[in-house]
Design a protein around this ligand. Structure first.
Ligand code: MSP
Length: 504
């Protein structure tokens, strides 16, 4: 059986969840739901990254202990997952005991493999990014990301990252799909080719973290701790266990472009050094701006997702995020763009198709799935177009091409709307000729079959709305496999209700 292990990043607990966080979680959720409906064994992991100086500082600023603070804020991220209808199998917190154990086990394994040594670190650190920067990267006294940096000098353990330059390049050479999109892959390769320096992986100036097993004066650098979450959730260090064996080879990490280096350079190096295989695929998506500006707490223009969903509705927000920009590129959020998408794609295209066809059948054609008579060429073409989604959409999902997934479904919706206009079932209804009535029934059957396909494939994007459509069609079999059996005539319809109100 196919397996898929889909992960989002785990979120820092230094601020309320916003659109940027939701984006990756929704994308991961869409993939997880798709693969479950495709019959795969799926594990979808998300959670919170709770250690490190940045979180400790946020707790101090809130006047709370890190423990109180993280317990409270982690709940907000958990609520965010409920709010966006995420179907995660595991919501991990790095403060859990099992995670501390896993992070320590990885450390020990690296130590035993001779990959860690003690020395001292001198250099620039940006707490906001939880990242070290080279002198050459500092611009006007700041990190290249604009984050303030501080000079750090302390005793530190180092990971021999420099030894992994060649193995990483060889690995990526042999596995061209390991990093996507291609532009990001090229960035990573040139970064590695530019030379890797050993990485400082412990800190002594604060204690909010996982203690280094052999030297508890040190806490682990937050990224070595955080990245380990991906294998903690699979039962690491039990790498022989079924969870690890099933899911690790099928891992897909989704993350923003800003944290690609950690995932595509440090993480595979840690894993290889510990005798494990690198993640199967890493997909870096772009960043959202808001009305053309970078979202930031200081500008006060982050998009609050709780408000966003209350205003526009959950499914429209989920759809918008997946449809508006190609997964992998940057894009802009604006209320106007959201409204435009809702009115055109949801109200006019999908909503209108479903509403006019189902209301018509409900009122004028016996309120049940019609009987198809002889199929004409146009009918066959329409049905074939819907059936072809199966392969096309699978390919999109193998490539995490989430926007293309939407576009391919909406092409069929567009086709179906043109088919209704051309076949005019309502005109056929007015005829006295029984042949016209049979033709009307055939046209309606074709349309309901197309709507069933569309609704089944829309489920990962908009689970509630798709479910409403399938309820109205009286369909209980909703996995992709069910589409191989033709739609049964005679099933009663439930009174159709509008799905996506237009917005002014
Ligand atoms: N804790 C680390 C991840 C550890 S994973 C082992 C972290 N957390 S974060 O909360 O700062 O960011 C989480 C994710 O949100 C990142 O993938 C980041 O790219 C994403 N985004 C934050 N702002 C964003 C936008 N404005 N747009 C799109 N994604 C953005 O980094």
């Amino acid at each position: 059986m196919t397996a898929r292990y889909i992960t989002s990043p785990i979120y820092y607990l230094n601020a309320e969840p916003h659109l940027g966080h939701v984006y990756t979680t929704v994308a991961a959720d869409v993939l997880a739901r798709y693969w479950r409906l495709a019959g795969a064994k799926v594990k979808f992991l998300t959670g919170t990254d709770e250690h490190g100086q940045k979180v400790a500082q946020a707790a101090a600023a809130a006047g709370e202990s890190p423990k109180e603070y993280t317990d409270k804020l982690s709940k907000r991220f958990f609520e965010m997952c409920r709010k966006i209808n995420a179907s995660e199998d595991v919501f991990i917190r790095t403060t859990e005991t099992r995670h501390h154990e896993a992070a320590k086990a990885l450390w020990k394994q690296l130590e035993e493999a001779g990959q860690i040594y003690k020395s001292s670190y001198k250099g620039w650190y940006a707490v906001r990014d939880e990242a070290y920067y080279e002198e050459s990267e500092i611009v006007d006294g700041k990190a290249p990301t604009g984050a303030p940096v501080e000079w750090m000098e302390e005793a530190s353990y180092f990971f021999k990252l420099s030894a992994w330059e060649r193995p990483l390049l060889d690995y990526y050479e042999a596995n061209p799909r390991a990093i996507a999109p291609i532009g990001r892959r090229n960035e990573v390769l040139s970064f590695i080719k530019g030379g890797l320096r050993d990485l400082s992986i412990s800190r002594t100036k604060f204690s909010w973290g996982v203690a280094v097993p052999s030297d508890p004066e040190h806490v682990m650098y937050v990224w070595i701790d955080a990245l380990t979450n991906y294998i903690t959730a699979l039962g690491y260090p039990n790498v022989e266990g079924e969870e690890f064996q099933t899911f690790w080879p099928e891992s897909i990490h989704l993350l923003g472009k800003d944290i690609l280096r950690f995932h595509a350079v440090y993480w595979p190096a840690f894993l290889m050094a510990a005798g494990l295989t690198p993640p199967h695929r890493i997909f870096a998506h772009g960043w959202w701006t808001h009305d053309g500006e970078k979202m930031s707490k200081s500008l006060g223009n982050t998009v609050n997702l709780f408000e966003l969903i209350d205003t526009f509705g959950l499914d429209p927000v989920r759809y918008f995020l997946m449809r508006e920009i190609p997964f992998g590129q940057d894009g802009d959020y604006s209320d106007a763009a959201m409204t435009q998408r809702i009115n055109s794609d949801l109200a006019n295209d999908l909503g209108n198709l479903v509403q006019r066809v189902l209301s018509f059948i409900y009122k004028n054609a016996g309120a049940k799935i019609p009987e198809a008579g002889e199929l004409l060429g146009v009918d066959r073409e329409m049905l074939a177009k819907a059936a072809s989604l199966h392969e096309v959409l699978r390919e999109d999902m193998e490539n995490q091409a989430l926007q293309a997934y939407c576009q391919h479904i909406w092409e069929v919706i567009g086709e179906a709307n043109r088919y209704v206009d051309a076949q005019r079932p309502w005109s056929l209804k007015k005829s006295e000729d029984p042949k016209d009535i049979t033709r009307m029934e055939t046209v309606l059957y074709v349309l309901v079959e197309v709507i069933r396909h569309v609704a089944v494939y829309v489920q990962p994007l908009m689970p509630d709305s798709a479910s409403k459509i399938l309820d109205q069609l009286g369909q209980t079999e909703r996995i992709f496999e069910a589409l191989h059996t033709p739609l049964k005539s005679g099933t009663p319809l439930i009174e159709p209700q509008g799905l996506f109100p237009r917005r002014g």
